[in-house]
Every structure is written in C-alpha cells, then in structure tokens.
Design a protein around this ligand. Structure first.
Ligand SMILES: *Cc1c(COP(=O)(O)O)cnc(C)c1O
Length: 426
C-alpha cells in the first residue's frame, strides 16, 4: 500500500475524515483496522478485537465470510450495477422471491433502497400516499417516544426527540409519541389509539428499541397495539432494521406476534453486513393503491443504487447461511448462554437492570451520573473493553452484547468475564 506521507493512518485520517456520531474536537485517534475474520477484526499492529456489536449491528455471519465473498466476487465481474427503472436483474428478483415468504404475514412487494433510514423514508411515504391515493388523506403518524428510525429528516421526525435530533427539532414534522406498552398502561394506550383521527400509520421497532437504550417490551402488548391500529384504519410499519434476521431469537421479531404489520423495513443484517442495502416490503393492498391511470398516484421515489446487484447477491448469500441449521443452533446457543449470564449478574449492586431478548443482552449500569449518552462513565467503559480486545460501544450507561452468530462459547465467556471484572472495577 502506498502511503502519501510518513504520517500514521490515524494521523492522515484526522486531516481529512469526519466520523459519524463523533465529536471530532477531542476524539481519540481512530483505530486503523486492516483485516476482519469471523468475529474478529485486527488493527495495524496485529491486535485482535472481538466485534461484540457486529460493527453497528450489521454483521451476522462473521467478517469477510468466504461464501459471501465468493458470490459477491462472481457478481462483480458479471454485472456490477444497472439502472433499476426500466430494467431488472436476477439477483433483485430472486432476493424478493426468497425474502417475501420468510416475512411474517402476507408481504407481497419489495421496494429496494440502500440503507435503513431510506427504507423507513419509503415506508412513511407509502403510508401517507396510500391514504391520499384512496382519497382519504391522513397526515398524522404514531411512534414510540424513545424510538430510533434513522438519521434522514423523515426518519428523525418519527424518532424520539433526543440529543441526536436536538439541532433540528424545530424542523421535524409533528408525530404522536406514545410510551412503550406494559401491564399498567396497555388499556390506556389501546383507548388512545382507538380515539386517534387522521392517523396514517404507526411505526415501531418490534420487541426492542435499539438506539433508545435496548429497551425491551413484550410481544403480547405490541399485538394489542397493532390490533387497535387495524381497527382504526391505521397502517402498521415494523422497523426490523435491527431486529431482523435472527436477532430476537426468531428470524423476524414479528414472528412472535399474532397480528402482522402491513410494512417491513429491513437493512443492517440483510447482506450479512457486507454491502449497504435497504428493503421496504408491503402488502398487495398497499401496492394496489398506487396502481392508476392517474400518474400522480405513482410512488415517485428511488435512489441511484436501488437494488444494486452486488448487494442483492450478498443478501442472497447471507440468506443461504441464515437458513442453515447451524445458524439457528448458534442463535439458540447464544440466547441460552445470555440467559445464564443474566442470572449470574442480576442483583449485582452495580447492575440497575439486565434484560435479554434472543441474542441481545443489555446491562444498565448504576451510576450517579444517570443515563446520559455523553457521560464520562460511558467513555470509561468503552475504553475498558477496548483495551481488553472487545468492541462494546455503550449507549450511555447501558452496555449490550449483539455479536455475530458465529461467536464461540470461549469468546462469549471472555466477554462475560470481562463484564464481571468491569462491574468490580468501574
Ligand atoms: C440503524 C437503524 C436504522 C437506520 O439504518 P441506517 O442504515 O443506519 O440508516 C433504522 N431503524 C433502526 C431500528 C435501526 O436500528
């Protein structure tokens, strides 16, 4: 590799790069990663890190997976990309054919984009225009208070107001926010939803609110909310960008529901973490509302890289791996081991709460500083694990494990032991 100067990569980075979710003024030097293999990534000095957050939740089968790499390489020399209006290709069609029957309920059309936020934007547009096309325009949207649906403006608007949105709050459109459902508030929430008017859709992260702090809630309550929406002609959007592809113990979180949403948003694990790709799927009823001789009823949305064939092939390869028995066994193994670990640290004086859904476990630290995403405690925890070769990025005072399914028991044990040590030392 040619170096343009005798500066280190981290120093060159500092001169030209603006990193995501990072205060660049006092950011620690960014660690140059030169290789990924299985659950590990390696820095330029050969130090090995366990990627316990799946590189922002995208990786499910491990890094540089040879099977996905082979499929992607073949596609690269066959067809790298083609405009997706007026043209189509086998990887996009095959992926839709394979994905739709796997989704809970009856999903019948796939709309491709290239990330989770855009998958959400499309879902919102589908719902708003659906009612408009039917001659019954409805402009309100319902969402959870601590939700996170992405960083573009529509996605930000339906996300909870937080430090992430603070600079833009005055420009975000109004949304009706509700609390997460529980035994105490469920009947009030159902009543509230039944009383809503002019509401086009309810968007939610099923079972776990990820960026909001790995907040978990029960399927039976979500079922009641969806039912209340259905009775009041409110479309439902499951944002499974994070929960999809096995994270919650089932292939999709909504498999754990009786009442199925009208729309799904998928990204992150979709390509096994190899390529950027987003998917919004819908029922045939929604699709049909856009069929018309009136050109204004068209869904005028698309991205340059819509349905990129390389990304679609990566997703097909990732699906092959996901559907193997060994992957399901790994998902069950990780879930079972997390449950044991939970029992071990539950009640520890520094553990305010520990919760688990499937392959995701979250531990909320008891701190005087509270739950701020910006707390020093967070930086201390992050550094502690990094030093010990584990990538765990806390959300404020909440650390969570969300690892690729190929993680071995020995690596899980090492993470558990390091968390236990941190509970004594920090
Ligand atoms: C990450 C995430 C998004 C946004 O996806 P990007 O690809 O980062 O734009 C949307 N919804 C949920 C639930 C997410 O976790």
């Amino acid at each position: 590799m040619s170096s343009i100067s005798n500066l280190s990569l981290a120093e060159r980075d500092k001169k030209v790069i603006w990193h995501p979710y990072t205060q660049m003024k006092d950011a620690l030097p960014h660690i140059p990663i030169v290789k990924g293999e299985g659950v590990y990534v390696f820095d330029e000095n050969g130090k090995r890190y366990i990627d316990a957050v799946s590189s922002w939740w995208v990786n499910i089968h491990g890094h540089s997976h040879p099977y996905i790499a082979k499929k992607v390489t073949e596609q690269l020399t066959t067809l790298e990309h083609v405009i997706f209006a007026g043209f189509t290709h086998e990887p996009a069609v095959l992926l839709a054919e394979r994905l739709l029957p796997l989704l809970p309920g009856k999903q019948e059309r796939v709309f491709y984009t290239d990330n989770g936020s855009t998958a959400v934007e499309v879902a919102l547009k589908m719902c708003l225009q659906y009612w408009d096309n039917l001659g019954n325009p409805k402009t309100k949207i319902l969402a959870f208070k601590n939700a996170y649906h992405g960083d573009t403006f529509g996605a930000m608007s339906v996300s909870g107001r937080s430090i992430f949105t603070d600079a833009f709050n005055s420009l975000l459109f109004d949304v009706e926010f509700i609390e997460l459902p529980n035994e105490e508030n469920i009947s009030d929430l159902v009543k509230y939803i039944s009383s809503l008017q002019n509401t086009s859709c309810f968007i939610f992260e099923p079972l776990i609110l990820g960026s909001g702090g790995m907040l978990m809630y029960e399927a039976k309550y979500l079922d009641q909310l969806i039912l209340a929406c259905q009775k009041n002609d409110i479309l439902t959007i499951a944002d499974e960008v994070m929960t999809g592809f096995g994270r919650t113990g089932t292939y999709f979180a909504c498999e754990q529901l009786h009442h199925k949403p009208d729309i799904f948003c998928l990204s992150k694990g979709l390509t096994g973490g190899t390529m950027p790709l987003g998917v919004t799927t819908c029922t045939v009823d929604i699709f049909n509302a856009f069929l018309s001789d009136d050109k204004l009823k068209t869904l005028y949305h698309g991205h340059s890289f819509t349905a990129n064939p390389i990304a679609c092939v990566a997703a097909l390869a990732s699906l092959d791996l996901l559907l193997e028995n060994t992957t399901l066994e790994n998902i069950q193994r990780i879930s079972a081991r997390h449950a044991l670990f939970l029992k071990q640290i539950e009640g520890h004086k520094k553990v305010k709460s520990v919760r688990q859904t499937g392959t995701i476990i979250a531990i909320e630290w008891n701190t005087e500083q509270g739950t701020s995403y910006l707390s020093n405690h967070r930086n201390q925890l992050y550094a502690y694990f990094l030093e010990r070769g584990i990538i765990l990025r806390p959300l404020g005072n909440i650390i969570y494990i969300l690892a690729p399914y190929v993680i071995k028991d020995t690596d899980l044990d090492y993470i558990y032991d390091t968390i236990k040590a941190a509970l004594e030392e920090i």
